[in-house]
Write a protein that binds this ligand. Structure first.
Ligand code: ASP
Ligand code: MG
Length: 469
């Protein structure tokens, strides 16, 4: 019994043309596998728009959130207008789009009336979930039109999560039961479930989201629970790249990555993969292919178990936001790391990972990564929350908090490559280095720099990668 899970990211779902490519891709694979499961993100840019609607609702800007809901309606209707759907299906779909967007307005109204200063992540999750609910219905309707038997499935009915709204974590044991009760019967009767990514629900049924980019996480959890043979991630770029292709011309596709490299790459800012998705797949040695929906014949990137003999090499460079804390005294870091950990969890639903900690006779320095999965305003929210918390203990917590950029070189066996490390530091001549660390997986070498120097640092490390092969 062969099983393929395919995830379609927002950038492979933005337009009618892209959606037809999705249709072609699924149609092509139906003959090759016994079972196929599809997981979809929201259409490109939709989650950002929904987030903005929730933000506007928070400041009771009714015109603002209504305008966004109206834009979302016209965008989704325009897309289904261009798809080859029969009249009754188009009408059903249109009614569903209207219903989902009227739910969005209801949730925005509740946010506006709640008078909370901060946007509660539970409320914003209820708003954000609409994006994937819309796209899953559209994809399912399109596939059905071509006589591909399928059914849109709400991730909230499958993924049971904790209540860390905005960044929830699935409980795999509870989720397994739902997979067996709901997805397996569909798959066994030759149906393709089209599951909304990114969304789960607490055991009490409240909608949660898994953090930005969380559709990957849905796809990986379901691949693991179904014991799939492969997971394919369809996106709008050619694969995992040596640097962010939107910012650095000359970025190239990486043909192969180990699970540890892929996990570090995602953790340190490559937005293409959600960092928490790798572990469930690595444990099962389940291969992941990342491919461009527009160029399906290209091989893309394969993430799989490492080849043992691979020589040390830098494959990619990333940059991600971080926060640094500095105080003019040395001493135990236990108190402050606990405070940071608790604040991080309360504000963003994440456990903290201190990246770099160093001390001298007269000062202490700590630096932590802010993963991209927390969304655009996460760094700000965390910095404000930390400053407020520390202000409660001015004597004990005289820390100065600053944003930093963490520039990371990713590759294998970096611990055994002092020459490479020296080359890395050498190419950063003139850049102010605030701290550095070799990652525990030996796949990453991270340098903390002032945010204004991040671009130059990434560019130089990338030149080194290009030169070295
Ligand atoms: N739509 C969500 C986001 O944009 C989840 C995803 O795309 O993976 O973050
Ligand atoms: Mg998305």
């Amino acid at each position: 019994m062969s099983t393929l899970v395919m995830k379609f990211g927002g950038s492979s779902l933005g337009t009618a043309v892209a959606l037809k490519q999705v249709l072609g891709t699924v149609a092509n694979e139906t003959g090759n596998w016994d079972q196929i499961l599809v997981v979809v993100s929201a259409l490109d840019g939709v989650t950002d728009m929904l987030f903005e609607a929730a933000q506007l609702a928070r400041i009771a800007n009714q015109r603002g959130y209504r305008r966004i809901a109206a834009n979302l309606r016209s965008r989704h209707l325009a897309i289904i207008e261009q798809l080859p759907l029969e009249r009754p299906d188009r009408d059903t779909l249109q009614a569903e789009i209207d219903r989902l967007l009227s739910d969005v307005l209801d949730h925005c109204r509740s946010i506006a009336q709640s008078l909370n200063e901060e946007l509660s992540p539970a409320y914003s999750d209820a708003v954000l979930a609409a994006g994937e609910r819309l796209s899953a219905r559209i994809v399912a309707a399109l596939l059905r039109q071509y006589e591909i038997r399928c059914s849109a499935v709400d991730g909230a009915d499958i993924l049971v999560t904790d209540d860390a709204f905005g960044n929830a974590h699935p409980d795999l044991a509870l989720t397994r039961q739902r997979v067996e009760d709901t997805l397996l019967p569909l798959l066994r009767s030759d149906m393709i479930p089209v599951v909304t990514g990114f969304i789960g629900a607490t055991p009490a049924g409240e909608t949660t989201t898994l953090g930005r980019g969380g559709t990957d996480f849905t796809a990986s959890a379901l691949s693991a629970l179904l014991d799939a043979d492969e997971l394919w991630i369809w996106t709008g770029v050619d694969g995992m790249m040596s640097a962010d292709p939107h910012e650095y011309a000359g970025a190239r596709v990486i043909a192969r990555l180990s699970y540890a490299e892929a996990a570090d790459l995602a953790y340190f800012g490559a937005r293409l993969l959600h960092s928490r998705m790798i572990a469930p797949l690595a444990a099962r040695r389940l291969p992941i292919r990342i491919k461009n929906i527009a160029l399906p014949a290209q091989t893309g990137t394969l993430v799989s178990a490492a080849e043992n003999d691979s020589a040390p090499a830098i494959k990619a460079v990333t940059s991600v936001h971080g926060l640094s804390l500095r105080r003019p005294a040395s001493g135990s870091l236990a108190g402050v790391t606990r405070l940071v950990g608790n604040t991080l969890f309360k504000t963003l639903g994440m456990r903290s990972e201190v990246m770099i900690a160093s001390q001298s006779a007269t000062s202490s320095f700590i630096c932590l990564v802010i993963p991209t999965s927390i969304g655009i305003d996460g760094v700000d929210r965390l910095q404000r929350a930390l400053e407020a918390k520390m202000a409660e203990y001015p004597q004990k917590m005289p820390w100065r908090i600053q944003t930093v950029a963490l520039v990371t070189a990713i590759g294998s066996n970096l611990q055994r490559a002092p020459r490479l490390q020296a080359q890395l530091l050498g190419c950063l001549q003139g850049v102010e280095i605030l701290g550095l660390a070799l990652g525990a997986s030996n796949c990453s070498f991270t340098i903390a720099v002032p945010p204004s120097e991040a671009r130059a640092a990434v560019r130089r490390v990338h030149e080194l990668i290009v030169k070295s092969d």
